[in-house]
Design a protein around this ligand. Structure first.
Ligand code: FAD
Ligand code: SF4
Length: 509
């Protein structure tokens, strides 16, 4: 009996039980196909990273004496279609059974369901053995109630006995977020980010030859992101040793002095499954146990919450709400994304820094994504499709299950509040408080109207005036409306006039 097993580009887990036995009658297949390069316009580093890691994984399996068929981008036999490639192999190799691991993306899930029907052999979908929860967990856990992340997170802590003592959270509190909101003040030296030096010149040539469109910069012959399990573990070690002691404290900080601050940059290795979430959490907790004098509880709790809380939570929301999720547009926003999202050429210093670094490194940390680029897109009333498309392309860690929930849900509130209890918007006040960007900016963070008034200010108040019918009743933003109520009609009209001037000239800001 001959079995064909498909490994997708984000299923690079060498510890999957599939690989426990070596069997000549099992053929593994991996394929580089154009629909996967073209479903969004991607950053060059994302294309290089995924194909580079796939090729490394295929080499690893070969070395481990597994049988692997690797279909390269420019192979003449490549049909650039999961179904047709699979059918060809089934016929050529006399395959009796086809197996695949559950895909994380709805799009791929649908494609593989169809491919399975067309394969002409029995098919089995198995677990990817990566996540701590099943696809349906969030839907079943919450039923019709609100999808509150905090309740889910506490359940995960209890279920997996993480940072728990005698059934209670270690330290007495579940969440130390209130301690983790410090501006970067320069007191702790900023470490240099860890970087690999992978040579991906061949992948780069293949991408060029095949005419795949991309954007952004990359050093193909010295590629920084981890492509193998060994390299991913080096990233993890670097994080726990050097960054974890300050991870929580500066989690929300923004600075022009560093692209990464104390963030882990583990998302690519996690999302391609080179690392398992539990492996990451356990290693971090082990380091915390060893160095409790240097690593306080709020650092480790903050980190654990991102991995077993947010990451699993957004995946659950995705599977509970797709495919309708990708059509949600609660505010009916229709604008195009300003051109500077693709060039970084804007006078707004905070935006210039966040976009410029994203184009350069295919990375921005959470607060840059949420409170700078996402914040601006929402205030500028950009269509969520445009925003999603940008986030899906630009970040090396962007796979739809985690991208769309964060973008359309958390950042754009296009789901009307499934993910977030209020829209994450702010005026320049917050950005000035949390960053050093405003000091060197063309715009004045203190001004709402007039020349050089920071666009975030008038757009912020205009957003709340425009969507008053949808937002006024939200208890979490009562203060905003109390402040608006104190403004004179003339003041409100001037703000709206200023905002409209900016909205009509977004590309020139
Ligand atoms: P760290 O700050 O070091 O956090 C550690 C890990 O926790 C991350 O590697 C990640 O796996 C996990 N994590 C933290 N926050 C989240 C979150 N909100 N959702 C899911 N996992 C989380 N993350 C992606 O992995 N892919 C995306 O495409 C993506 N798009 C985003 C779009 C927007 C608009 C926003 C606001 C957030 C997005 N995120 C996305 C979540 C988060 O910003 C990134 O996971 C994080 O910045 C990755 O950098 P890091 O590894 O240094 O994270
Ligand atoms: Fe950003 Fe406004 Fe500050 Fe400039 S003044 S950096 S545009 S918040």
């Amino acid at each position: 009996m001959k079995t064909l097993r498909l490994i997708l580009g984000d299923q690079l887990n060498p510890n999957h039980s599939w690989f426990d036995d070596k069997d000549k009658n099992i053929i593994y297949v991996m394929m580089e196909i154009r629909p996967e390069t073209d479903y969004a316009k991607h950053h060059l580093q994302k294309l290089l990273g995924v194909f580079g890691a796939m090729r490394e994984f295929s080499n690893y399996l070969k070395n481990e004496k597994h049988t692997i068929l690797y279909i390269h981008l420019n192979d003449p036999e490549n049909e650039h279609d999961f179904s047709r490639n699979l059918q060809k192999i089934v016929e050529k190799e006399n395959i009796d059974k086809f197996e695949y691991q559950e895909p994380d993306e709805y799009r791929v899930d649908e494609i593989l369901k169809k491919a399975s029907k067309n394969s002409g052999v029995p098919v089995e979908m198995v677990s990817s053995e990566h996540f701590l929860t099943k696809r349906e967990f969030i839907r079943d856990f919450f039923g019709r109630k609100n999808y509150l992340m905090e309740s889910f997170y506490r359940e995960m802590r209890k279920k997996h006995n993480i940072l728990m003592k005698s059934g209670k959270p270690v330290g007495g509190k579940w969440n130390y977020d209130f301690k983790n909101r410090k501006k970067y003040d320069g007191k702790v030296p900023l470490p240099q980010p860890i970087e690999m030096e992978n040579d991906l010149s061949e992948v780069y040539e293949d991408l060029n030859k095949s005419g795949v469109a991309w954007f952004g910069a990359a050093k193909a012959d010295s590629f920084a992101w981890p492509l193998t399990k060994k390299q991913a573990l080096e990233y993890l070690e670097y994080f726990v040793k050097n960054l974890l002691p300050h991870f929580g404290t500066y989690q929300d900080a923004l600075t022009g002095k560093s692209e990464t601050l104390f963030h882990s940059r583990l998302s690519f290795a996690l999302n391609t499954k080179l690392l398992h979430p539990m492996e990451v959490v356990n290693r971090a907790i082990e380091e915390w146990h060893r160095r409790k004098d240097e690593i306080s509880l709020e650092q480790i709790e903050g980190f654990v919450r991102q991995i077993i809380g947010w990451r699993e939570y957004v995946r659950g929301i995705y599977w509970a709400k797709m495919p309708e999720y990708e059509r949600m547009n609660y505010f009916h926003h229709q604008r195009k994304l300003p051109d500077f999202y693709w060039t970084g050429e804007t006078k707004m210093n905070c935006m210039k820094q966040a976009i410029g670094q994203s184009l350069k490194s295919a990375y921005a940390h959470h607060i840059q994504r949420l409170m700078i680029t996402g914040n601006f897109a929402l205030l500028a009333q950009v269509h969520p499709d445009e925003v999603d498309n940008w986030y899906l392309g630009i970040y090396i860690d962007a796979f739809q299950w985690v991208e769309i929930t964060n973008t359309r849900g958390m950042s754009q509130f296009a789901d009307g509040g499934i993910m977030a209890t209020k829209p994450y918007v702010s005026s320049a006040n917050y950005i000035n408080k949390m960053s050093d960007h405003c000091a060197g900016c063309f715009y004045n963070p203190k001004k709402r109207i007039g020349e050089k008034a920071c666009p975030f200010n008038s757009l912020y108040w205009n957003f709340h005036m425009k969507h008053e019918d949808k937002l006024r009743k939200n208890p979490r933003i009562g203060m905003v409306y109390r402040n608006l109520d104190k403004m004179s009609i003339e003041e409100k009209v001037s703000i709206q006039t200023q905002a409209n001037k900016y909205l009509e000239n977004l590309d020139n800001l």
